[in-house]
Design a protein. Structure first.
Length: 337
């Protein structure tokens, strides 16, 4: 299969028409969103959704997020819209927030990974919403990487993973947030965050009060433990390089990596301290780290890094999402110095 690239910023009509034609024909198209690039297909067409799993090499029990461009598209997808979901949608949609509810019969089993719930998001990216709206159907869209690899935040990295696997990549430039959406389930008694993202627990508590954070956000699942979100049990965001997070002061970090044959994943402003490094944002700015993290992981591979020691982000605000991704890319290897 030939993979075409069309830039929606310069060729808007062509991009929208081609994406619509392919998606309504049951094909998969890579699209930009404000979080990361997604692999989009008609969420209501089981055959089309199967092609997403095939293109990514994704296990079929790992459900997809369904993307809508207008609030009126939500009701047909779910059994009912809980009151708290309405409040959350008012506060954070369009935006990097995915909400899980009991699904209606229109959602094929393949889209929800066989679960009786469905995850829905209305992206903030104008490009993403224009594509969904042109198609006139909700789009199932997981991140546009090969299963297990870091999510792509620009069209070049989508092409690296998806060349020959999808007919079209819509280029919308760099993603504004850089990590995937916050996922919160309303199918539990108390709303529970399954994956942290750009909408932080603090922001959510401000709107609906009590929430829980799933254990697996910060810890590895134990043998035999079931995942609240199937995605939690799979290897994730891992570059080829072997990463270890090093917790401690900058000074003890420097001492720890001294004389080691390694690359360092550090913060901006720390470059002078290391010979071989890639930076990921500023130490005091979770959003800048989120924007850079996945690119930085791919850059480490491009530089041929084998062993990498990473500076640890602040685990609060958007930094919680950054740490959640980094600890998975490190296979949960953390040392304290
Ligand atoms: P991705 O599509 O790569 O952004 O990943 C979507 C994440 O949301 C995965 O971790 C899924 O397991 C999770 N997810 C999607 N739908 C559901 C659902 N119905 N219940 C629980 N988790 C879900
Ligand atoms: Mg993903």
């Amino acid at each position: 299969m030939q993979t075409r690239l069309i830039d929606i910023r310069t060729d808007r009509d062509t991009a929208l028409n081609e994406a619509k034609k392919l998606i309504l024909d049951g094909q998969v198209v890579a699209i930009p969103t404000e979080t990361v690039y997604g692999l989009a297909a008609n969420a209501l067409n089981a055959e089309a959704v199967k092609k997403i799993y095939a293109a990514k090499g994704r296990p079929s029990d790992n459900p997809l997020i369904v993307h809508i461009s207008d609030y009126s598209q939500l009701l047909p997808l779910v059994k009912e819209i809980p009151e708290k979901v309405k409040l959350m949608a008012d506060a954070f949609w369009p935006g990097p927030l995915t909400m899980i509810m009991k699904k209606s019969e229109v959602i094929p089993d393949i889209t929800s990974g066989g679960l009786d719930t469905v995850a829905v998001r209305m992206p903030k990216s104008e490009h993403a919403r224009a594509i969904i709206s042109a198609c006139g159907v909700p789009l199932a869209a997981p991140s546009a990487n090969l299963s297990g690899s870091p999510s792509p935040t620009n069209a070049k990295y989508v092409l690296d993973d998806m060349n020959g696997r999808v007919p079209l990549i819509v280029d919308g430039g760099a993603c504004e947030i850089g990590v995937e959406s916050t996922v919160i389930t309303f199918a539990a008694d108390i709303p529970t965050v399954l994956r942290p993202g750009g909408v932080t627990p603090e922001m959510i508590r401000g709107v609906i009060g009590e929430i829980k954070i799933a254990d697996a956000v910060l810890h590895e699942l134990k043998e035999g433990e079931t995942a609240a979100s199937p995605g939690m049990k799979y290897k994730h965001y891992a570059p080829t390089a072997d990463i270890t997070i090093v917790k401690g002061s900058l000074e003890s970090f420097c001492e720890f990596v001294k004389n080691k044959d390694c690359f360092v994943l550090c913060f901006e402003g720390e470059e002078k301290l290391f010979e071989r490094f890639v930076t990921y944002g500023r130490a005091d700015d979770g959003l800048s780290e989120a924007q850079r993290l996945f690119d930085a992981l791919r850059e480490l591979d491009e530089k041929g890094a084998k062993t990498v020691y990473a500076r640890c982000p602040e685990i609060s605000g958007v930094g919680l999402a950054v740490y959640n991704r980094l600890i998975r890319s490190a296979g949960f290897k953390v040392v304290e110095v």
